[in-house]
Design a protein. Structure first.
Ligand SMILES: [Zn+2]
Ligand SMILES: [Zn+2]
Ligand SMILES: [Zn+2]
Ligand SMILES: [Zn+2]
Ligand SMILES: [Zn+2]
Ligand SMILES: [Zn+2]
Lengths: 396, 292
């Protein structure tokens, strides 16, 4: 991830180094290069992990607009089968992961069609709507040049009104190397900056100067992709919440925690849910289950949801718990050359050998040693150090 | 085992049993013999699982008061078991290994002066790492289904909440079922784990016939269970517990920075030390009559 933090110019130059590699990789596309890219991805991952431990304030309530280029450049088949189809496939994964990891956040989709920008979905908190809209994207005729400015303006309008304790973000996926804008784009960039809207760009072609400038001005990240695996990694990096903007206001937000408990074994009375009441495709049915708003008793089929009657945000405790790992990440493990520190990996029990394990990874808190697979699994999926949680601290 | 019976050799099931061996458990303190009974039941149950299909795999972990250890299999070379009747040598290997390891752990464990909680969430995290290794090593095209069975007589510990949740979500993501057999108190957190991962929660009120219960409720794989008559699922309470008092609440206040939950409005978050802006409109209907 080419994050423009400016604090570490060396890293920053290394990160951008691959824009030149990109040209080279295009020329001789053989199996060996996959390994090189895999290594770039792996390094970027470990770097992101190391950064995680240092952040403590994150923008947990995210409002993110994805702006997708639908110009002619998206027909290029350098990503398989085409840039567009590859992007749609990866966005499906991204949307699911986004809501899995950011339970009380909202997302919206904007497409750049011809020179216009069109809102496909409004900001909402469930994946279904976006996934459905995304299905239609493959049918959009891909022609002419996009207008980045029109896309930014449309997203900005919608993000301006979100509460000040929420984080405001735009993620642009650009295939085109050029943008066709009505007026000077710098005025839009300044407005975005003034409204604290973080803009990030993933370019499917090469570096675009104006996009890099945009990300630098708004504290976003900039990346150009090497292949589909690299694209996937860059896109999924945006699943993690960004650090909170300094100007972001902090507040305590009132929320409701409905429980699906029945009273004394009796079946609750049949009632209509609010979420399906205006849905003509699947109209609301009389049912006995569901979640009731503890404030006004409106019923909903699914959580999380914002109560349509009283405005209370309704969630379940595990929803919130899904994002705690962002706030309390597992400490970065130290990479050590293997020289018999342990007979086997503390977590998965794999016997460690000189021949198979070049490096091992040690948690500095509990001093347990792990194999590389467990290092990745613990930091990316489990979010729990096994050694720190298996009672060694109680040992006298 | 009859090899011809395995029509589908491209499919197997891994069962990981997490056995709570902490001497602090009330039922163990009352009856020292109980642990031996449990271990015998677990071994018989594990062998029944292995008998279902020759490809099936088994692992047993002990969650002791000071550490979590694998009782079976051993990380490297397995114990030497003299073939008794040829066919069932793996069964005696399970029994011998589990008993030998457990007695080693018990004799070498530090003295327990005051009862302490069982760190089950961490043991389950270790089980997940093991499962994901077996998964990585499984040959391409082989379908593997994994589950974790927790057998415990411990009390609930809210202090492990975060670890439990991380374990449940990871299991859910990887399609691993979590089953729980609670031998003493109700374990509402573990109950949530069963619900999230589609597993079975069973609380026993008496321990006679433990093995029969295990075989009845937990031996069938999750797909088969739908066709069986099993104890009815109880409604799981997913209300939030406030961070300040650990009490279940219907309506609470959530910190916009760290998502900690509080039952009352306070000007500063005790988890992340964020100071909240009090003036200005609250996002939801401020009640003008009441002063906070
Ligand atoms: Zn509904
Ligand atoms: Zn309501
Ligand atoms: Zn390992
Ligand atoms: Zn540790
Ligand atoms: Zn409280
Ligand atoms: Zn907080």
């Amino acid at each position: 991830m080419a994050d423009i933090d400016g604090e570490d110019p060396k890293e920053y130059r290394w990160e951008t180094g691959y824009e030149k590699t990109w040209e080279a990789i295009k020329e001789d596309d053989d199996g060996l290069l996959d390994g090189a890219i895999a290594e770039i991805i792996q390094k970027a991952k470990r770097k992101r992990q190391a950064q995680k431990t240092q952040q403590n304030r994150l923008g947990m309530m995210r409002h993110l607009y994805i702006v997708l280029d639908c110009s002619e450049s998206m027909t290029v088949p350098d990503l398989k089968p085409t840039r567009m189809l590859c992007t749609i496939k990866l966005l499906e994964i991204f949307i699911e992961e986004f809501f899995d990891q950011n339970p009380i956040s909202q997302l919206g989709l904007i497409v750049l069609k011809g020179k216009r920008a069109e809102k496909l979905t409004e900001l909402t908190g469930t994946s279904k709507l976006h996934l459905k809209a995304l299905e239609g994207v493959s049918k959009i005729p891909l022609t002419s040049e996009p207008s980045l400015q029109n896309g930014l303006d449309l997203a900005m309008k919608a993000l301006k009104v979100v509460p000040s304790h929420a984080s405001r973000e735009i993620l642009i996926i650009m295939g085109s190397l050029t943008t066709c804008d009505p007026v000077d784009i710098n005025s839009t960039i300044n407005a975005l900056k003034a409204d604290n809207i973080r803009c990030s760009v993933i370019s499917l072609s090469a570096e675009i100067h104006v996009c890099r400038h945009l990300t630098q001005q708004t504290d976003g990240s900039y990346g150009a992709v090497l292949d589909d695996a690299h694209f996937r990694d860059q896109l999924l990096a945006h699943v993690d919440p960004p650090p909170a903007a300094q100007t972001q206001e902090n507040s305590l937000i009132k929320m409701g925690f409905p429980h699906a408990k029945t009273d004394g074994g009796k079946d609750p009375p049949l009632s209509m849910c609010m979420c399906h009441i205006e849905n003509t495709e699947e109209p609301s049915k009389l049912t006995s289950g569901g979640y009731h708003c503890p404030q006004c008793f409106s019923k909903y089929c699914e959580l999380p949801v914002e109560c349509q009657t009283c405005g209370l945000t309704l969630v379940s405790a595990p929803h919130l718990a899904r994002s705690y790992h962002h706030l309390f990440p597992v400490q970065h493990f130290t990479e050590l050359e293997f020289n018999g520190q342990a007979a086997n990996c503390y977590a998965c029990q794999k016997p460690l050998t000189e021949a198979m394990d070049k490096n091992v990874y040690r948690c500095e808190k509990c001093a347990q040693v792990y194999c590389i697979d467990c290092d990745i699994f613990i930091h990316e999926t489990l979010h729990t150090c096994v050694g720190c949680n298996t009672g060694n601290s109680n040992r006298n | 085992m009859n090899k011809q019976q395995d029509v589908e050799s491209n499919k197997f099931s891994l069962l990981v049993i997490v056995l709570d061996t902490n001497p602090s458990q009330r039922i163990v303190r009352q009856n020292a013999q109980l642990l031996t009974q449990c271990v015998d039941a677990i071994i018989a149950f594990g062998n029944a699982h292995l008998m279902q299909c020759s490809q099936n795999k088994l692992a047993v972990l002990s969650c002791h008061h000071h550490a979590t250890d694998f009782l079976y299999p051993l990380p490297g070379k397995q114990l030497d078991v003299r073939q008794i009747d040829g066919q069932y040598e793996v069964f005696s290997l399970v029994e011998k290994t589990v008993k030998q390891r457990l007695s080693h752990i018990i004799t070498n464990s530090p003295k327990l002066n005051t009862p302490c909680e069982s760190i089950l969430a961490g043991s389950m995290a270790m089980a997940l790492c093991y499962i994901s290794r077996i998964q990585r090593n499984a040959a391409a095209g082989v379908k593997m289904h994994s589950r974790i069975l927790v057998v415990t007589g411990s009390n609930e510990c809210a202090s492990q909440y975060m670890t439990y949740m991380n374990v449940f979500f990871t299991a859910q993501k990887l399609g691993i079922t979590i089953d729980v057999c609670a031998m003493d108190k109700t374990m509402s957190l573990l109950q949530q784990g069963c619900d999230i991962t589609g597993g079975q929660y069973l609380r026993l009120t008496q321990l006679d016939g433990l093995l029969q219960y295990l075989l009845w409720v937990f031996l069938p794989d999750p797909q088969m269970r739908q066709k069986l008559v099993l104890p009815p699922a109880t409604k799981v309470d997913y209300r939030a517990a406030c961070f300040c008092h650990r009490e279940l609440i219907d309506i609470g206040y959530v910190c916009s920075v760290c998502l900690s939950i509080f039952c009352k409005f306070s000007p500063i978050c005790t988890t992340c030390h964020t100071v909240f802006k009090i003036p200005g409109p609250m996002p939801i209907k401020p009640k003008k009559k009441k002063k906070v």
